[in-house]
Design a protein around this ligand. Sequence first.
Ligand SMILES: *Cc1c(COP(=O)(O)O)cnc(C)c1O
Length: 359
Amino acid sequence: MRPLLATIDLAAIQHNYALAQRCAPGRQAFAVVKANAYGHGVREVVGALLELADGFAVASVEEAVVVRELHTSTRILLLEGCFEAAEYALAAQLGLDVAVHTAEQADALLAADLQQPLRVWLKLDSGMHRLGFSPAEVRAWHPRLRGAAQVAELNLLSHFACADERGHPLTEEQVEVFLDLLDLDFDQRSLANSAALLTIPAAHMDWQRPGIMLYGATPFADLSAEELGLRPAMSLTAQVIAVHEVAAGQSVGYGASWMAPRDSRIATVSCGYADGYPRQAPEGTSVWVAGQRAPLVGRVSMDMLTVDISAVPEAQLGSAVELWGAQLPVDELAQACGTIGYELLSKVTARVPRRYRQF
Ligand SMILES: *Cc1c(COP(=O)(O)O)cnc(C)c1O
């Protein structure tokens, strides 16, 4: 078997959910499990949170079906609502909470003949300008949806553009826009993602929507997961599958882009970009080999990458390697590659076996 594994610590996810709860005591939360639970495996993550989470949030009816199979009654929120009118019938059958962010969605809802009414989340564009109604449109739709036969609950939902940058002025503006609408009669309100849940109590409302924090990564550039008290859920581990002595002046890997400045020991590791390791990782990026950090050298290939282990004499054929996880925060690798932990975690590909543990 190829020595590459994503080990998912379900107890860490439970710990992180409990931390989310402590940040907003007495409030409820949808655990966000879209995109296969950010790459961690939606079935296992939902299973680990079934007793804890007040509900789950997903990006499509297809994702909701998987969650509903695991729990017959938990709340499941469709963050972008229905993509076509025909989906409302299925949403009602599954008992979903649905966002409504366009006039077309609202019209289709009001025209739908449903087996049971839906919990509807009117999506407010409070300043991100990606999805949602303007405040004036929310005011116009409110009386039309309130009391409609298809609507069991009428709720208000919005999303932050910059909550991950602490003190960003747009965040305060978005809170203001949201609060301004609360003279309208809504059953439930939801505004906070992980970043706002962790740092903006004024945004907590009734329902939180923590995603990235559940997986033990940070939404912030300047505040680490460890500082936030989060435990990393995924460790991506591989092995040294070859060791080469490379003389000064010889190159390593595709394009001969890295030239050994001195005689070097080079380890070849069983993980590449087709597994989700970022090809753009720069030379010098840390890889954990045989218990310590060593620098990536040469280009990342599809199935392998190469590391300079000249300073790690214990490293040898078969040595354990961690690409990210408990020793090497995924956020650190993401930052080195000009991306975010969200992208690395959700892009671990299907060929990487996931193994689960609960301790
Ligand atoms: C993905 C998503 C979230 C979760 O965001 P995190 O930053 O991962 O906590 C919350 N709300 C909406 C609308 C989302 O799309």
